[in-house]
Design a protein around this ligand. Structure first.
Ligand code: AHR
Length: 664
């Protein structure tokens, strides 16, 4: 049981309209759904997606590149690569040896690999992928690389995909020639499916060959794009019908130091010219070290905008405000040097929306998207706090509002939903007249159940709220033992009735983090889990999906004895009208271990005599979904009958119920 249910028993109660569920006698509840007036529109942005490159979500995840460190730009330039027949302490006359070479100092694609083949029979170069490579039998993979002959006559590169035992499951030999860099391609079709495959390169001839941008992609990416995204993962996002896509994070925006902040301008343009950067999550947690975690920026700002467009979601980029992550260094850019940071924000608006004859609009057009992305929102700072944030925010606010008054600026109230940082940030931002404030809460399941009323007291004329990062933590914030279990998801579902009931104030919401590689993760819980071949939605994913795909268009009231349902007898509810589908949509969450009978009375409009209920339920609160049981907790649909203007419904124990009934 989540908490002790208030129970009533006895003949008098039965006579007064009670029912028996298990051993418990509950009073039947009468809920009034009032369709006579709408309270507020439900914004199309109400339920969205928070994307951050944490847990191998981009490189090693959504970004479908299978080669780790494809252009030798990691701090240790051959990380991810191995030469099994070569010895660092030998001339390797029976094989050969490769060394990284710098083209130049500075920024961009700095290194290439000089492969010295002394004996073609003996030399091998392997890449391990991101915890292996997921390879599917019969699918086509595009292998590409840049090469130039440097000395001697290495005449071909042979690429083989290997299974876990080292057997070849696909191969191609690609002739190379010429002392100038050229790009080479081959398509290969593996004969076997493996979870942890790898790439082996061997060579024909002897001599020295320069190699760079060694890349392997499935051709079957989302929308079939080269440099594309993993189809199964985008499909899960698409199915959420998200109202917005927030990117690229999260703390990754801020960087541990300013030098390592996310700089969008370095993530656009030709993929092979984008400089790599160490991922700030690589050694953040001692208990989940991933020193091989870098950002290739193959998934950069253009691709994020394109993904937003594909998903039908508003793009919501968040930029550095000149403060490095305050959980790390908190390094500040001096106020008189803030100019370039502000310029980045102004230029981003031009990149997204500007005409093709503006400098940044032209970059977008050259990348294949002359039409504007119609960006409406921009976020300044991720999770900053204190006077340092407010004084920097004011500068951005003034510059953006002056040049682009139509752009809505998202500010942040810090990492916690209460306490000094939060109170100070909210007070200051209200005074500035902030339009939308981002709140974050990673709290216990109990907190979520107890805070369904959080926004009831928020000023209807004050700033709008973006619940930008939230997730119930089954153990403690960022504990590696946190689980995406049913208790967390159900508690979020209960809390979300409060988000929806307050749609006048709460206009954007997103669960965080979004996804995690089963072996490459740093932070749990996460909404979607994947390995190299498969992915699945957690119970938390299904809660988000049910809210998002049943959001309706206008908030209406649902009450019991004139009061909102905010946890009385562990029941929670919210209701909307869907003016497109012409349906009334009611969400009822039961966090108790007992079934509860409700009589629904609809007033203000007539409804048809039957509808449907989409139910997400599970009696075991510790139940999770997994690779082996991907839909252990997933929705099912049943019918609900209506008599006149009323319907009786038994709300199952531990359940989220979406009741949709057509309006006449
Ligand atoms: O979602 C994980 C992290 O939690 C985000 O990067 C950060 O904004 C928050 O602290």
């Amino acid at each position: 049981m989540i908490t002790q249910t208030i129970k009533k028993a006895g003949l008098a109660a039965v006579l007064a309209g009670t029912f028996l569920a298990g051993n418990t006698l509950f009073a039947q509840k009468e809920l009034t759904v009032d369709m006579s007036e709408t309270i507020a529109p439900i914004q199309p942005t109400m339920y969205g997606i928070f994307f951050e490159d944490i847990n191998f979500a981009a490189d090693g995840g959504l970004y479908a590149e299978m080669i780790k460190n494809r252009s030798f730009e990691f701090t240790i330039p051959m990380m991810g690569w191995s030469q099994p027949n070569s010895d660092r302490h030998s001339y390797n006359n029976e094989s050969g040896y490769a060394l990284p070479v710098k083209y130049f100092e500075g920024e961009g694609n700095l290194n290439f690999l000089r492969v010295q083949v002394k004996n073609a029979e003996g030399y091998e170069l392997h890449n391990e992928g991101f915890r292996g490579m997921g390879i599917k039998e019969g699918d086509t993979y595009r292998f590409t690389f840049d090469a130039k002959q440097m000395e001697g006559a290495v005449s071909a590169v042979k690429a083989e995909l290997l299974d876990e035992e080292g057997n070849t499951i696909a191969e191609a030999s690609i002739p190379v020639s010429g002392s100038e860099w050229a790009n080479y391609k081959a398509e290969i079709v593996p004969s076997k499916t493996v979870m942890k495959g790898s790439l082996k390169l061997t060579f024909e001839g002897t001599g020295e060959l320069g190699l760079d941008m060694i890349s392997l992609f499935p051709t079957d990416t989302w929308n079939g794009r080269e440099n594309g995204l993993r189809k199964d993962l985008v499909q899960l996002l698409y199915d959420l019908d998200p109202g917005f896509l927030r990117f690229p994070g999260g703390c990754i925006v801020e960087g541990r130091t300013l030098a390592r902040r996310y700089q969008w301008k370095k993530t656009v343009g030709p993929v092979d010219e984008r400089p790599s950067l160490v991922n700030r999550w690589n050694t953040e947690f001692d208990h989940r070290l991933t020193p091989d975690y870098y950002q290739s920026f193959g998934l950069g700002f253009f691709e994020y905008f394109q993904l937003s467009e594909d998903l039908g979601a508003e793009p919501l980029p968040i930029l550095s405000c000149g403060i490095a992550c305050q959980f790390n260094t908190g390094e500040l850019v001096p106020m008189d040097e803030l100019g370039p940071y502000v310029q980045d924000a102004l230029d981003l608006i031009e990149f997204a929306n500007g005409s093709t004859d503006t400098p940044w609009g032209k970059v977008r057009a050259d990348m294949g998207h002359p039409e504007p992305f119609n960006m409406k929102y921009i976020g300044v700072g991720n999770e900053q706090w204190g006077p340092e944030y407010i004084e920097r925010y004011k500068v951005f606010n003034e510059a953006i509002s002056e040049k682009y008054p139509e752009i809505i600026i998202v500010s942040g109230s810090g990492p916690f939903p209460d306490g000094d940082y939060f109170e100070y940030g909210m007070k200051e931002l209200k005074e500035i007249g902030a339009e939308i404030i981002d709140e974050h809460y990673y709290r216990s399941p109990e907190w979520f159940r107890e805070n369904a009323t959080r926004y009831d007291s928020y000023d209807r004329n004050g700033p709008k709220i973006f619940a930008g990062e939230y997730a119930a933590q089954s153990v403690a914030i960022a504990s590696p033992d946190n689980k995406n279990n049913w208790e967390t998801a159900l508690s979020e579902a209960a809390f979300m009735t409060g988000l929806e009931r307050n749609a006048e104030v709460v206009q954007l919401t997103s669960y965080a983090p979004l996804m995690a590689h089963a072996e490459g993760w740093q932070w749990t819980p996460d909404m979607i889990w994947f390995n190299n071949l498969e992915s699945y939605g957690t119970p938390n994913y299904y809660v988000q999906k049910l809210y998002s795909t049943n959001k309706g268009t206008d908030l209406i009231s649902v009450t019991q004895n004139g009061e909102d349902l905010v946890g009385q007898d562990e029941l929670y509810a919210s209701a909307t009208l869907d003016s497109e589908a012409k349906e009334v949509v009611l969400k009822v969450v039961n966090t108790s271990s007992d079934a509860q009978e409700v009589k629904l009375n609809f007033k203000g409009k007539s409804i048809k005599n039957k509808g449907k209920v989409i139910v997400l339920k599970e009696e075991n609160l510790t139940q999770e979904n997994s690779f082996d049981a991907q839909e252990a907790i997933s929705p099912s649909t049943e019918e609900i009958k209506v008599k006149g203007d009323s319907a009786s419904y038994e709300v199952a124990p531990y359940s989220l119920n979406i009741i949709r009934i057509p309006v006449k």
